[in-house]
Structures are given as C-alpha cells and as structure tokens.
Design a protein around this ligand. Structure first.
Ligand code: NAD
Length: 343
C-alpha cells in the first residue's frame, strides 16, 4: 500500500505514469510495483531500449505525450495519473534549450484533460523549485524557499515558467472541474538510474562522473561550473518516490503546490568534497566561471511538508552520494566494456 494512507488506490487499480523511461518516473513505476500494484502503465516517447529501467510486469508504451490522441490512449481506464514527462536536464540543458522546456506544457495540457475525461481520481504533476522567484535566490546564503515564494512570479526563464503555468492548470482543474490534483515542487533529485552523462545530467551525477573519469584516466584536476560557492539541496530518489506517494494521497494537499526536497544545504564545493571522499582522491579544482550555473543559492523550506505529512526527505547527502557514485562507476565500467548503459 502507499505509505501513509487510507486514500491510496486498490492493488488492481490502473496507475498511469508519464515519463517512465526517465529517472524519477521509472523509479516511481518500480516503487509501485514493489508495493504490489498489479496494473501499472508506464509511458515515454523514448524507444523502449533506451528506457533507464523496465520494470517486470509493467505495461510499457512508447507514445509522445505532447499529442492529444496519445494522452487519451495513455489515460484509458486510469484511476491515478502521474505526469513526470518533460524535456529537461541540468542547468546546461535548461539554460540552452528554453523552447524545448516550454513545449513540455503540451504534455501537461493534454494529459490533465485526458485524465479528467477518463474519470481518473487523482492527478499528480511534477513541478520544480525552478518555479520560484529567481530574485529571491541571488545570495548563496539563502533563506530556504517557502511555497508562497513563487508569487509575485519571476520564475526561471523557459523551464520554470512552464512549471508555473502547468501548476495553474492543475489548480484550475480542481477548482472548476473537481479533479483532485497534487503538485510537488522537486528540489534537485539524484540517485541510481538517473542521467549521468550526455549534457542533461545534474550536478551530483556530473561531479561523480568527473571524479570517476579523473581517477580512471589519471587526470588530477576537475572542472567545476561556476566558482563552487553556489548552494543547493539534493534529494535522494527513494525520498522522492515516497514523497510523491504521500503527497498524492493526502487530501489536505489537493491543488496545493508543496516543496519536495531535502533541507540539507551544501555548496557545490562541498558536493565535490563528498564525491572525492567516496572516490578516495583529491583533485585540483578548475573553476569555469562562464559555464551555466543557475541561481546563487536555493534550499527547500520544509515547514509545510513536516506540518502536513509529519515527514520530510531524510537521506543524508553523504550516504545517497556514495550509492550514486557506486552506480555511476558501474555504468562507466560497463560502457568501457561495450555494454549498454543509461546515458
Ligand atoms: P528525465 O529526463 O530522466 O525523465 C523525463 C522523461 O520524460 C524522459 O524519459 C523523456 O523522454 C520523457 N518525455 C519528455 N517529453 C515527453 C513526451 N512528449 N512524451 C513522452 N515522454 C516524454 O527527468 P527526471 O529527472 O526523471 O524528471 C522527471 C520530472 O521531474 C520532470 O517533470 C522534471 O521537470 C521534474 N523535476 C526533476 C528534477 C530533478 O532533479 N531530476 C527537479 C525538478 C523537477
């Protein structure tokens, strides 16, 4: 059963998950599967061989969810719909491909309508901390972001505005049509089975990979985007999937965007320290000041989630990073050996 509730679906209710060829939605399919749910439909536009995880017993469909007819097909018979499909990546991607990020609005627009028409009971949307007002994030010594800090709006260009508009769709589907919608603003998620190379990877995976590469190739320096003082919090994937479940089955959170993130604030320099500790090396830092680096500082204020759910993400970064490093190292070695890998 979902962790916290009497509101969760029955084991044989159909759960639909968009974006399941990717990191978080693929892990969510596994999460529900491992809890005994027997009817899970996972959808992604990527061809099946490129999915990061394929969970046994799950119905996998390759469909482009930016098209209305595909969303109708995806949502047929759904009791719960989780939309995590989006064209996204780390700062390197979202600063460079704003149009692609904005176009993800097509996915949510068609998915929520299809979910509503199919008679789904609950609809989850994965928003982001990038929806917050960027002018509140100019200092690395941040005050953690509260849910109310999204407005007055000045979201991250492209990606953040798409999230804010899609949140609004979710809120209005509840207000006007009575569809129960749930919105989590994720703060940097990391862990095994995530993108670790190729341009869309985020900082924890990128830093682990660079440390692994340096060790493997006998290089003694590491390139870091920005001056390393930027601060962030990072949430381990298992906290994320558990949080999605808790949020989607909490009646007090209908149509209320809520932070889902760790409140352990670290600088990028600290993140590098941790990855070096796991790898057992110390590297010379080469700061690339003109690289995409995002806002100066960002943290998750977890007052609301603690008050409403009595829970918050709790995996310490040092533990989660060790697991992630080990997984990326395995991927790196597999790739060298010519085996198929995630990125
Ligand atoms: P991901 O890139 O690993 O997964 C997203 C998946 O969506 C990809 O597999 C992609 O192929 C798929 N997709 C994109 N457009 C599609 C379409 N038109 N039809 C079908 N599938 C499509 O990313 P992720 O990290 O798993 O992110 C999942 C969600 O969480 C996204 O909405 C993202 O914006 C949000 N989010 C993630 C983070 C994070 O740190 N990873 C932070 C904030 C928000």
């Amino acid at each position: 059963m979902p962790e916290n509730n009497a509101n969760g679906p029955n084991k044989d209710d159909l759960i639909v998950i968009g974006g399941a060829g990717g990191f978080i939605a693929g892990s969510l399919a596994r999460y529900f599967h491992d809890r005994g749910f027997t009817r899970i439909r996972a959808i992604d536009k990527k061809p099946l061989p490129e999915w990061y995880q394929r969970v046994p017993g799950v119905e996998n469909l390759c469909l482009d969810l930016s098209q209305e007819k595909n969303c109708k097909r995806a949502c047929e018979g759904a009791v719960e719909v989780y939309n995590l499909a989006a064209d996204m990546g780390g700062m390197g991607f979202i600063e460079k491909f704003r149009i692609e990020c904005l176009r993800s609005i097509l996915v949510n627009t068609h998915m929520i309508e299809a979910a509503y028409r199919a008679g789904a009971q609950r609809y989850f949307f994965s928003s982001s901390a990038c929806a917050y007002n960027t002018t509140l994030q100019e200092d690395p010594n941040v005050t953690a972001l509260k849910e109310t800090d999204a407005y007055p709006a000045m979201a991250e260009r492209g990606y953040g505005w798409e999230k804010l508009m899609s949140e609004m769709f979710c809120q209005e589907y509840w207000a006007e049509r009575g569809l129960m919608t749930f919105i989590a603003r994720f703060h940097n998620v990391y862990g095994p089975n995530g993108t670790w190379d190729g341009g869309r990877e985020k900082a924890p995976a990128a830093i682990c990979r660079k440390v692994i590469e340096a060790k493997d190739q006998g290089i003694d320096d590491i390139e870091i985007w920005g001056d390393g003082t930027q601060t962030r919090s990072f949430m381990y994937i298992d906290d994320c999937t558990q949080g999605i479940d808790k949020i989607t089955h909490c009646e007090d959170l209908i149509a209320e965007p809520i932070n889902l993130g760790s409140s352990e604030l670290v600088s990028i320099n600290r993140l590098v320290d941790l990855a070096e500790e796991v790898g057992g090396v110390k590297l010379q830092r080469d700061y690339k000041l003109d690289a995409p680096k995002g806002v100066a500082g960002r943290n998750s204020d977890n007052t609301v989630i603690e008050r409403i759910l009595g829970w918050e993400p709790s995996m310490p970064l040092s533990d989660g990073l060790a697991k992630t490093y080990a997984w990326i190292e395995q991927q790196y070695n597999d790739r060298k050996a010519g085996k198929r890998t995630v990125s």
